[in-house]
Design a protein around this ligand. Structure first.
Ligand SMILES: CC(C)(COP(=O)(O)OP(=O)(O)OC[C@H]1O[C@@H](n2cnc3c(N)ncnc32)[C@H](O)[C@@H]1OP(=O)(O)O)[C@@H](O)C(=O)NCCC(=O)NCCS
Length: 132
């Protein structure tokens, strides 16, 4: 929760994480010793996977950890039978978009007013990665 609250204007709640665990979503953390560096939450169903959360603690960003977690998420999705991995990202989140583009994701749509934002709502870009 400390990481989540430190990096998002509208962080997930404890309940969002608890619900994801209870629902059996693929939830993974990256640790160094006792320190939590980052995590992801992945939902896989009906041949599709959806990356619901991917987060890295600020001091540990830009060290390749996000890419590593993304590779792990894609690998799990593939193993569980998904043919595509989907995610949403804010148009204002250029850093994450750079990561996803570099990874091979392509934009396939826009969800209007999907995210809460400091002044109203913000669209979501929908990106997808084929999992051959
Ligand atoms: C997005 C996030 C998960 C990326 O994790 P990371 O460990 O920092 O990413 P990596 O170090 O693996 O980055 C790989 C490449 O992605 C691109 N990239 C990642 N973050 C970037 C940024 N802030 N600005 C520009 N490019 C960025 C770069 O091409 C980078 O390679 P480089 O460092 O050699 O230039 C992490 O920055 C984060 O948690 N951000 C805040 C939360 C967030 O936006 N989550 C995604 C919501 S959709």
């Amino acid at each position: 929760m400390a990481i989540e609250r430190g990096i998002y204007t509208h962080p997930w709640t404890r309940g969002n994480f608890a619900d994801s665990l209870r629902a059996g979503y693929e939830c993974r953390v990256l640790r160094r010793g006792a320190e939590l560096l980052g995590y992801f939450v992945l939902m896989v169903a009906a041949g599709e996977a959806h990356l619901l959360n991917l987060s890295m603690s600020p001091p540990h960003q830009r060290h390749g950890h996000g890419s590593m977690l993304l590779r792990e998420a894609a690998g799990i999705a593939r193993k569980l039978g998904a043919r595509s991995l989907f995610l949403e990202v804010r148009p204002s989140n250029r850093g994450a978009q750079a990561l996803y583009t570099r990874f091979g994701f392509r934009k396939v749509g826009v969800r209007r007013g999907y995210y809460p934002a400091p002044t109203g709502r913000e669209d979501a870009l929908v990106l997808t990665l084929p999992l051959p």
